[in-house]
Write a protein that binds this ligand. Structure first.
Ligand code: HEM
Length: 373
């Protein structure tokens, strides 16, 4: 597609087309151009109604789907918690969590699945502690998170039931934190909601749901995909083992080579526009393929080669512009600790040849179901 049909019509509904764009330059334009907006209600008269159930509202109030000025207001509320300096202070705790998981793996007699035993729990424990979500409930979050991600694929499943349960759970948690505030992000946001008009009830729910989903569905892919890329390229794995100071570069190359988020989220065209001889009409939905852009030969020399020393590496795995990933410093730190700890504790780690890595079949994300080592 990238070479022959760089803008591709995926489907059509009610006179509007869903397009995907695959070249680096076009995806970058999409991510940063004001001619594409995120808030669909600005184009059509389906603006949110007060009667909508909370199940619908939580998806309409996320900063990820907001345009300025609402986007700026929402992001500003949580940005200080995710700045590189603040995140750096989490390093000792993240290292402890990684060490504990590694200890548990080294005690195991049976095969190790790097996803279930390490890549999944590490970011979940970190984001749960940061938000103030009880870690014992992580299986429930995994299910709710999975339901939301699968719904993006058009699989309804038990969506309404699961989201209803998720909201009821958060209601109880918020009530508990109001009675007993803690030093966590949820307590902090509850205070903000109660003190002024910066955050309403629906936005609070949306914010927490977004952070839980982002915390559950992305960094696990970076750790799993990155380790797989290293196993598939033993020369690069050896290079890294010999010089762990290359870890940060290896992570950037993993983000480019096996991008954990495959597609940008929805953007709607504000006006008609021409792209590669096609007309995108006002109201059409356009998705950018981040993973394709990151393999575009016009942007990256030998784009198909996994090279942990690649320089420069202007990948767009975390997006670009005002919606650039809020959690990027956290994801990078977690991955750095993960790669270094794994390669130090298990210098001979290799793929289990009896079991094939299994990719998850979801549209928006690229990650593994299991990675036996
Ligand atoms: C936005 C990727 C980890 C929170 C984004 C976007 C991408 C992305 C591509 C922009 C989407 C778009 O513009 O359509 C990733 C990747 C991650 C990761 C590859 C891990 C390797 C995280 C983590 C968190 C997080 C750990 C939070 C705990 C967010 C939020 C936004 C976002 C809140 C929306 C920002 C805004 O709208 O201003 N992420 N993400 N992400 N990410 Fe991440």
């Amino acid at each position: 597609l990238r070479k022959n049909q760089p803008i591709h019509a995926l489907s059509e509904q009610n006179g509007n087309t869903t397009w995907i764009v695959t070249q680096y330059e076009d995806v970058l334009k999409l991510l940063k151009q004001p001619s594409f907006i995120k808030d669909q209600s600005k184009l059509f008269s389906n603006a949110q109604s007060d009667d909508d159930p909370m199940e619908a509202k939580i998806f309409q109030n996320m900063m990820l789907d907001a345009d300025p000025p609402d986007h700026r207001r929402l992001r500003k509320l949580v940005q200080p918690h995710f700045n590189p300096k603040t995140i750096k202070q989490l390093e000792p705790r993240i290292q402890d969590i990684a060490d504990e998981l590694i200890f548990q793996m080294s005690e195991k007699r049976e095969d190790i699945d790097l996803i279930n035993d390490f890549a999944f729990p590490l970011p979940i424990i970190v984001i749960s502690e940061l938000l103030g979500v009880p870690i014992e409930d992580r299986d429930k979050f995994r299910q709710w998170s999975n339901t939301i991600v699968s719904a993006a694929d058009g699989e309804e499943g038990d969506f309404t039931r699961d989201i209803g349960e998720f909201i009821d759970y958060l209601k109880e948690l918020f009530a508990e934190r109001e009675r007993n505030p803690q030093e966590d992000l949820i307590s902090n946001l509850l205070q903000t909601r109660d003190e002024g008009d910066l955050l309403n009830d629906e936005e609070l729910y949306s914010m927490i749901v977004l952070l839980i989903i982002a915390g559950h569905e992305t960094t696990v892919n970076l750790i799993g995909n990155g380790m797989l890329a290293l196993f598939e390229h033993p020369d690069q794995l050896n290079l890294l083992k010999e010089d762990l100071s290359l870890t940060e570069q290896a992570i950037e190359e993993s983000l480019r080579y096996y991008s954990p988020v495959d597609f940008s989220t929805a953007r709607w065209a504000e006006d008609d526009l021409e792209l590669h001889d096609q007309t995108i009409k006002r109201g059409d939905l356009v998705l950018g393929s981040i993973s394709s852009a990151n393999r575009d030969d016009k942007q990256f020399h030998h784009a198909e080669v996994f090279d942990i020393q690649r320089k420069p590496n202007p990948h767009i795995a975390f997006g670009y512009g005002i919606h650039f990933c809020l959690g990027a410093p956290l994801a990078r730190l977690e991955a750095k600790i993960a790669f270094k700890s794994l390669l130090t504790a298990f210098p001979n780690i290799s793929l289990n040849q009896m079991s094939k890595p299994e990719w998850r079949q979801v549209f928006l994300l690229r990650g593994l179901n299991q990675l036996k080592v």
